[in-house]
Design a protein around this ligand. Structure first.
Ligand code: ATP
Ligand code: MG
Length: 157
């Protein structure tokens, strides 16, 4: 079904901000018309909750986390950007394998399954993810959906 991605993200940011408390600042930005996008609510929620939770968890207190959506006719991108601990280069290629955690996580808790689930949800939905990260600078996760995926709702009645 068609989803108001803009409202969905606003609500999710409000919810996650409430849970994170005043130690973190979640900021929502949008470009283009994101009001009628062919995305599945449940899968999208799972994807974004995992990515936003990582952004919060791996950021120091006071950290800012940006959720930016950009909607064009044939392409929707969703970006989650933090200024947290980052991911060492040698650990970056294994992030989507279960139980893999980077060597710089220290005592930050985690199972190493979040990104594996995100990847599976995107496979189900039809969508891609790339993660760019620099240790000590931060991490940006970019989720992308293209035409063929976004046009499937047009066959809905
Ligand atoms: P969980 O299963 O609870 O999500 P997790 O957060 O450790 O545990 P993933 O979400 O799969 O597992 O992430 C895998 C690893 O990638 C993390 O352990 C961490 O090393 C690294 N990572 C993921 N997101 C970030 C981020 N935003 N900043 C820094 N490191 C990250
Ligand atoms: Mg995680």
């Amino acid at each position: 079904a068609l989803l108001d991605l803009e409202q969905f993200c606003r609500d999710l940011i409000d919810e996650m901000q409430f849970n994170a408390g005043s130690n973190y600042q979640l900021i929502f930005q949008h470009q283009g018309n994101c009001e009628q996008i062919c995305l599945d609510k449940k899968l999208l929620r799972h994807i974004l909750v995992n990515l936003l939770s990582n952004a919060i968890k791996y950021s120091p207190e006071g950290g800012k986390i940006y959720l930016t959506i950009s909607c064009q006719e044939e392409e929707v991108t969703i970006q989650i950007k933090d200024s947290g601990i980052g991911i060492p280069l040698e650990n970056q290629k294994h992030l989507f394998e279960p139980f893999q955690r980077a060597m710089n996580v220290g005592t930050i808790p985690g199972t190493g399954l979040g990104l594996t689930m995100v990847k599976k949800c995107l496979d189900l939905h039809g969508g891609e993810i790339t993660i760019n990260s620099e240790p000590g600078i931060g991490t940006t996760a970019t989720v992308r959906f293209v035409g063929s995926v976004l046009n499937r709702c047009k066959i809905d009645r």
